[in-house]
Design a protein around this ligand. Structure first.
Ligand code: DC
Length: 222
């Protein structure tokens, strides 16, 4: 019997560095990475503000027109929606808050879970998000939960924006991170929490290289 594709799960709160780590880890392992936050952001951005108040039936119907796919592998992996790359605008703080609100809706979670499982059945993946190890890929052999102090996460986000030449308001970013933490950790379906068999990595005092080294050693040693 053919074995299932390798799945490495990375879960953790907003701004902890999951996307950067997922991209680098996928490069080291020579497999694709799946940014599931981008799936929720793309849905929230495409459907627009307030979509979380629509009926389950309407949301199901609208999501029926969405098809996510992956192209390439390693650091060059691209996530496509209906064959097109996702717009840069999904990366705004506002799109992140909309995504977090849309992510509490049962029909949206059910659709995303189905789409993510489908991708994982066909492609070896580093899958990053909030519920990869707990709900979507509970059978994954390598699970990690990254955490860091909220102020440190806000500082990292500010540094990232400044490096892109964009304005960074520390107080507003810290407040937005706390609001999303609260929403993501306390929702009733698929709340953010480590899987019982996840390796928990507190990255507050670690560099990106140190986190990558730790996770890579654990995957290679398993
Ligand atoms: O990882 P991110 O900041 O891009 O995610 C945006 C929002 O999407 C996040 O606040 C909650 C939601 N999300 C989720 O509920 N489950 C996932 N697996 C990934 C993201």
């Amino acid at each position: 019997m053919a074995s299932a594709p390798l799945i490495v799960t990375l879960d953790g709160p907003a701004g902890v560095g999951k996307s950067t780590l997922a991209r680098r880890l996928a490069g080291e392992l020579g497999i694709a990475f799946l940014d599931t936050g981008a799936m929720f952001r793309a849905a929230a951005y495409t459907l627009g503000e307030g979509a979380w108040d629509w009926t389950q039936g309407i949301l199901q119907q609208k999501l029926g027109d969405f098809e996510f796919s992956l192209r390439g592998s390693g650091a060059d992996t691209e996530l496509l929606l209906n064959g097109k790359p996702l717009p840069e605008a999904i990366r705004s703080e506002e799109a992140g808050r909309w995504a977090s609100q849309l992510a509490v809706v049962p029909s949206v979670r059910a659709y995303m879970k189905m789409a993510q499982i489908f991708l994982g059945q066909t492609t070896p993946l580093v899958a990053e998000g909030r519920d990869m190890g707990t709900v979507v890929f509970p059978g994954a052999s390598n699970k990690f939960f990254l955490d860091a102090d909220p102020d440190e996460r806000a500082r990292r986000r500010c540094r990232q924006l400044e490096a892109q030449g964009k304005p960074a308001d520390f107080a507003a970013i810290a407040a937005s991170i706390r609001q999303r933490d609260d929403q993501d950790r306390n929702r009733s379906i698929a709340p953010l929490k480590p899987a019982p068999d996840a390796v928990v990595v507190d990255t507050t005092a670690l560099s990106e290289d140190e986190v990558l080294e730790k996770v890579l050693a654990s995957v290679r040693g398993s």
